[in-house]
Design a protein around this ligand. Structure first.
Ligand SMILES: [Zn+2]
Length: 241
């Protein structure tokens, strides 16, 4: 049995039997792990509010050999993200962020950049002004971190053509007019949406917030990114994870 001590964010919680909870964390040093919190559903339990969704905590757990689930021993709250859980809109967006990390990351592979991205994005949801922009920027950066970075600047037809008027999920990037016929499923992309995506791809999550895209551009980009992620993770429900 080995000992695990790390910072973590709670991605999901599930009732387990009469008194226990199954928690999935994204940890700083070990990536995504799941564990059992014994007695967590009892009225007075040692975990208190530390196992609520989104909570940033310090986690101490024990790993058993030949068992993927760790045994959660101690959880201390670093930041509760309580304000985020007080509002239905932020609950919805935060839940979708957590679900995306759940779906797009492998078990037990450290990825500190994703840990910090999720933490920063939840903080922006909690206090930020433009939550839909924060959610879009989170998708852009998570896609990049997971290795699915689309080609936004030149045609991805492999011909060296510049520019693009459609986006191909299959080719993972824009296609010019000449190459668009290669993928009948490619979808139109406006010049404004493309310009926005080029700009925020070159920026980090935080500085991407200096952009102020119109509602129409945000709507277009959000739909495009949701559909691209759905395609990449092979989900059957369009835009849902
Ligand atoms: Zn082309």
């Amino acid at each position: 049995m080995s000992h695990l001590s790390t910072e973590a964010l709670v991605l999901s919680t599930l009732r387990l039997g009469e008194a226990d909870k199954l928690i999935t964390f994204f940890t700083l040093t070990r990536g995504k792990i799941a564990g059992v919190a014994k007695g967590a559903r009892r009225f007075k339990n040692r975990f208190g509010a530390a196992l609520e969704p989104f909570t940033q905590c310090h986690l101490v757990a024990f790993e058993k050999t030949q068992n993927k689930l760790v045994r959660i021993n101690q959880v201390d709250i670093l930041h509760s993200f309580q304000k985020l859980r007080d509002d239905w809109d932020t609950i919805e967006l935060g839940t979708q962020m957590a679900r995306l990390v759940l779906r797009m990351t492998p078990e037990e592979q450290p990825h500190p950049a994703i840990y910090h991205l999720l933490q920063e994005a939840l903080a922006f949801l909690e206090t930020g002004l433009d939550r839909s922009l924060s959610f879009i920027l989170f998708m852009v950066k998570l896609i990049e971190e997971c290795g699915f970075q689309p080609q936004w600047t030149i045609c991805s037809g492999g011909t060296g053509h510049g520019g693009g008027t459609t986006f191909s999920h299959r080719e993972g990037g824009i296609l010019c007019d000449r190459c668009a016929t290669r993928d009948a499923a490619s979808v139109g992309i406006s010049a404004d949406a493309l310009q926005f995506l080029q700009t925020v791809s070159a920026a980090d999550f935080r500085s991407g917030h200096s952009q102020s895209p119109s509602i129409l551009v945000k709507r277009e980009v959000e739909t495009l990114l949701r559909d691209y992620i759905t395609y990449m993770i092979g989900s059957k429900k369009r835009g849902r994870w």
